[in-house]
Design a protein around this ligand. Structure first.
Ligand code: FAD
Length: 464
């Protein structure tokens, strides 16, 4: 063996830049490291690990059917990974290694450590930018710096996309689809079983979303009771599909989708660009990887340490139905609708005045799509500490959010069946109604904070 491909969060065969180069160079072996201890340190949710293992089982068989052996090796953490990889390369006389870059600092540290060994072992290492369309550091303002506001970033990103079309690799034609029985070497807890991992199902999910939902995305994406968004985030988080692949698919159906960033159709692509923005940010500002505020102005904010309130939030027992239903969606399914992520993050950081880092970690521990850059970006946006974030004085009112985005209480009733019989008008804050019917305590939790008081407390805390 001379050439090896190292899989990380790029578990796909199509539009996989580094894999393409590896195959061009005669690659017959691929490798993946199971790093349970590292995942634990990074709070990776067990449902995401399960999805990853199921996908690896699929990939292993697909690769084998196409003449490539996937070696899955237990390495513990990233130090173990570097050591095992060096030994593997020596054992198998590897002379070339290909991989796609990961941008988080621990991953960069791991790669730098391996590069050092590779130098000694005379292995040529090629790292590609496979996780993003535009490599970090290539979309810059006129002063050559990273944008601090999303819209000009997006405009520059779009211009670059249209001018260069970036570098798009044709899929390696050697891969033939396989009938997939859903078995394999790795066993997980099967918690992700509702998310298919084979390419045939994934192509269908992408194609259906683009043909059936894209046009209505702008109007429906904020309604949690409707399946109006793509649900592709778990696949993007593990690199099972790529942003480039998705934009290309959209363009096949809507040739001009990128020509006006103000069109309804562009709204979805806009979200994909937010993903790119947050990735560029963690590279331009490494402090984000260490959970520092982007905006240091808010470093002096005095967060409350109230474990009881935090637990009530985690368990969906705040007494605000939309917040509670959202948290139950997260716990029960491993996923949460974007509108609700904003609502619950705002509630934790503003109403409860609890540090965004606690919510950020809790999300990572439970999300199937947990991803440092997007999660950090989303949390710091909601907490107003982030780059191009929500201003601190714009505090979501969880009751009006509920009236606006779940007007008939469909979503609330799905996750809080205790409120099934509460009328639509009262379901958004049912306490008075329940008290009158004499059931308040038995049926639902009392509100842990009063909206108006909590709002004033947050405004005060942020005036630092
Ligand atoms: P769609 O609406 O179909 O969007 C398509 C894709 O665009 C998504 O899959 C995602 O990759 C990307 N995207 C959409 N919205 C955003 C956004 N606001 N920021 C960055 N990328 C976006 N997303 C994650 O993938 N992982 C996280 O850990 C994560 N944590 C978040 C935490 C908070 C507090 C907030 C407010 C948002 C977070 N998001 C995160 C972003 C967003 O909520 C999810 O990407 C989205 O809900 C996934 O559903 P979807 O695939 O149906 O999205």
């Amino acid at each position: 063996m001379n050439t090896v491909f190292w899989f990380r969060r790029d578990l796909r065969l199509f539009n996989n830049h580094a894999l393409y180069h590896a195959i061009e160079n005669g690659c017959k072996d691929a490798i993946f490291f199971i790093t349970e201890q590292q995942w634990q340190r990074h709070s990776v949710a067990s449902i995401q690990i399960d999805l990853l293992k199921r996908r690896l089982n699929f990939l292993g068989q697909l690769l084998a059917d196409n003449g490539i052996t996937l070696h899955i090796i237990e390495a513990g953490d990233y130090d173990g990974c570097v050591q095992q990889l060096s030994e593997f390369c020596q054992r198998h006389s590897v002379t070339q290694l290909f991989a796609n870059k990961e941008y988080e600092i621990n991953e960069v540290g791991r790669d730098n450590a391996f590069l050092h060994h590779a130098d000694e072992l005379k292995i040529s290492v090629t790292l590609c930018d496979g996780d993003v369309v535009a490599p970090p550091g290539t979309v810059l303002n006129q002063s050559g710096e990273m944008f601090k506001v999303f819209t000009p970033f997006k405009n520059a990103w779009l211009k670059q996309y249209q001018d260069t079309h970036f570098y798009f690799h044709a899929p390696p034609t050697m891969f033939s689809p396989i009938p997939w029985q859903g078995s394999g070497l790795l066993t997980g807890d099967d918690s992700s079983h509702k998310w298919p991992v084979d390419d045939a199902s994934l192509s269908q999910i992408c194609a259906r979303f683009i043909s059936d939902k894209l046009l209505s995305y702008k109007d429906q994406r904020d309604i949690p009771s409707i399946k109006g968004t793509s649900g592709l985030s778990p696949y993007l988080a593990l690199g099972i599909v790529s942003v480039h692949q998705l934009i290309t698919l959209v363009q096949q159906q809507y040739v001009d989708v990128l020509s006006s960033s103000k069109s309804n159709l562009f709204t979805w692509v806009n979200e994909l660009v937010w993903r790119e923005f947050y990735r560029h940010l963690i590279v331009a500002y490494p402090k984000l990887n260490k959970y520092n505020n982007f905006n240091e102005k808010y470093d002096p904010v005095k967060w409350r340490t109230n474990e009881a309130d935090f637990i009530a939030w985690c368990e969906g027992k705040t007494g605000y139905p939309l917040v509670d239903a959202a948290m139950r969606q997260l716990i029960q399914t491993g996923w949460m609708h974007n509108r609700l992520r904003m609502v619950v993050a705002s509630f934790l950081t503003k109403h409860l005045l609890i540090d965004w880092r606690k919510g950020e970690r809790f999300f990572m521990q439970h999300l199937i799509d947990g991803d440092l850059a997007s999660n950090n970006g989303g949390w710091q946006w909601a907490a107003s500490t982030g780059c191009d974030a929500q201003p601190y004085f714009r505090i979501f009112n969880p009751i009006t959010q509920s009236e606006r985005f779940d007007p008939n209480g469909h979503f609330i009733r799905k996750y809080i069946p205790e409120l099934e019989n509460v009328p639509n008008k009262q379901i958004h804050f049912p306490h008075q109604y329940l008290a009158k019917s004499g059931k308040a305590k038995a049926v639902y939790w009392p509100a842990i904070v009063d909206h108006k008081t909590a709002r004033l407390r947050a405004l005060d805390a942020f005036k630092v």
